[in-house]
Design a protein around this ligand. Sequence first.
Ligand SMILES: [Zn+2]
Length: 209
Amino acid sequence: MTVLPCLHLDGYPSYGGSMSAENFPEFRLGKVLATSFTGTLSERYGNAVERIPVPSRLVDWLAVSGLMVDSCTESQLDHARELRESIHAAATAAASQTPPPFSAVQVINAFSTGGLASAILTPEGGREWRLSFASVEDALSVVAADAISIVARERDGKIALCASPTCRAAFFDTSRSRSRRWCDMNTCGNRDKKARFRANKRKGSNPAG
Ligand SMILES: [Zn+2]
């Protein structure tokens, strides 16, 4: 069977069904499940990069996030993206201390209640999720609940938006000073550092006066 990607985004590359896994954009994984999930689409206001372009990549992302599912259909991927953008909208509102858009609240709640998962304490004292039916819906209910816990300010940290104007990704700042500016130091932070370095160099090479 040929798996065709959903093309929702302008500038998103099209391709056939023969693409192998190593050609897909890498995941950017953070410590917070909900913002790692919103990070599967990056550069939302620039050249957007879709990191879950096909259902199998959502399965992969869920697996590396501790949520193993049996399978994923094209329509489940569409739903997952709907949840992702609703979390992004709610997080964006939370970053400016405004209530989340009503439509985002509805979608997040529908996903939170639309699956079954249980927290399991491991013998080592860690926490794992047990999905009732190993379905995408079960896994996304965990992601939605995680989003609720950060938007509702239940956790120690602050939702903020990346300072890069083409990125504006939501991230969860747990730094002591709550002054983190970038979604990721290795990407947006590094790009800014390089731009400032180049600007300083130009300034330095101009003769004074
Ligand atoms: Zn960023």
